[in-house]
Design a protein around this ligand. Structure first.
Ligand SMILES: Nc1ncnc2c1ncn2[C@@H]1O[C@H](COP(=O)(O)OP(=O)(O)OP(=O)(O)O)[C@@H](O)[C@H]1O
Ligand SMILES: CC(C)(CO)[C@@H](O)C(=O)[O-]
Ligand code: BAL
Length: 285
């Protein structure tokens, strides 16, 4: 695996590729990331990953400084997974000057859920993903970007960005990889103590219970859903969590379900803080 840090090095390394398949990450890689690399490998003619902890998508009080940086271990994992090229820019490579031009995602999609609790998050994500896409795909006739459904809303924002800017990039979504007990793999799981790690599973269980309750109430879901969501949040809060949201939304636009939406059109999404760690998860119903 070739490792490059600068844009000219990246462009040179990719000069013969016609259809790169690209997996952007923030590092501290786990089996979820490696599954994305596995998915990317047969798609393109070069498999590219990036590691970049993007300051632009963190709020001042968030964990930018403490975000786990495990570069050597990440390289070994990517090498083993068959990645051809790793782009690991330093901050000065990607942001040689303050990024005053930004990609502003549609607020109808980006200001809800994650965007409500992390204002500016999706502007930071869309801006860095656009920069990474320009770096990897500029001049290429076609390419693939592989993203995880664990970050469900992020995947939707990126799909819509690619569609509206008519980028010649196919966005591929990969299902959430979980540990044997059902916890969604996440870099931030490494913040959890042993006791918190055991408790963390309750977020996916709560989403499963909320999905079941929503299915049982399908005949009158818009009227009944607020009480079901409140009960799900209270149940987590009673276990010591601080839930931001536990909700059932339409997969198409992440708005609350309307009468006539089928249960197959819905997704349950949740975000909650356990101790100092904020976890997210979702379940397509
Ligand atoms: N469990 C998972 N299954 C599938 N894809 C995943 C999983 N976890 C992360 N990804 C995907 O990997 C890509 C890089 O994500 P990132 O580096 O932020 O990892 P993360 O585990 O989501 O980290 P964090 O804990 O900070 O949210 C994203 O497309 C993300 O959706
Ligand atoms: C897409 C991404 C690499 C942009 O920084 C990040 O949000 C992530 O790791 O999901
Ligand atoms: N996994 C999405 C990136 C973030 O939480 O900042």
């Amino acid at each position: 695996m070739h490792i490059v840090h600068t844009l000219p090095e990246l462009r040179h390394a990719l000069r013969h590729a016609q259809r790169p398949a690209f997996v952007p990450t923030m590092g501290n890689l786990h089996a979820g990331h490696l599954a994305l690399v596995e998915q990317a490998r047969p798609l393109g003619d070069a498999t590219v990953a990036s590691i970049f902890v993007n300051r632009l998508q963190f709020l001042p009080h968030e964990d930018f400084d403490s975000y786990p940086r495990t570069f050597e271990a990440d390289c070994a994992k990517l090498r083993e997974a068959g990645c051809d090229l790793l782009f690991a820019p330093r901050e000065r490579d990607l942001y040689p000057e303050p990024q005053t031009f930004k990609v502003l995602p549609d607020p109808a999609l980006a200001d809800l859920l994650e965007g409500e609790f992390r204002p500016g998050f999706f502007t930071g994500v869309a801006t860095v993903v656009m920069k990474l896409f320009m770096a990897v795909f500029a001049g290429k006739p076609h390419g693939f970007g592989v993203f995880g459904k664990k970050d469900y809303q992020q995947l939707m924002v990126i799909r819509r960005m690619v569609q509206q800017f008519a980028l010649p990039i196919e966005i591929v979504g990969h299902g959430t990889e979980r540990s044997a007990d059902g916890l969604a793999l996440s870099s931030r799981n490494s913040y959890l103590s042993e006791a918190e790690r055991a408790e963390a599973l309750q977020l996916s269980l709560a989403l499963r219970a909320l999905s079941r309750d929503a299915l049982a109430a399908a005949h009158a879901l818009p009227a009944q859903l607020p009480a079901l969501e409140a009960a799900a949040m209270q149940a987590l809060a009673a276990r010591g969590w601080l839930p931001d949201y536990l909700t059932v939304r339409r997969r198409a636009d992440l708005l609350p379900p309307q009468a006539g939406d089928g249960s197959g059109d819905l997704v349950a999404l949740g975000a909650a803080r356990l101790g100092g760690t904020r976890l997210i998860d979702n379940l397509e119903i």
